[in-house]
Ligand binder design. Structure first.
Ligand code: SF4
Length: 79
């Protein structure tokens, strides 16, 4: 399981999440920040500090939000 960064990040990119992540698995992309789902340890620290509430647990995603998990997987597959 992993946390996922959603649409509000696309216009915000505040970046507090990347600062607090204990396993350094949040990376800045051109359009938003991404969480590496293979490295995330589900601590929730990023969700707690996000100023635009852009971060949700993988299993809490709505069907419309699933694309953001796929975007994250594709982002890290191409790194
Ligand atoms: Fe990093 Fe924890 Fe957020 Fe996962 S839940 S991305 S480990 S801060």
């Amino acid at each position: 399981m992993a946390f996922v960064i959603l649409a509000p990040c696309e216009t915000e990119k505040a970046g507090e999440c990347a600062t607090v992540c204990p396993v350094d698995c949040i990376v800045e992309g051109t359009d938003q920040f991404y969480i590496d789902p293979d490295v995330c340890i589900d601590c929730g620290a990023c969700k707690a500090v996000c100023p635009v509430d852009a971060i949700e647990e993988e299993y809490d995603l709505t069907p419309e939000q699933e694309v953001y998990l796929e975007k994250a997987e594709a982002f890290f597959a191409n790194e």
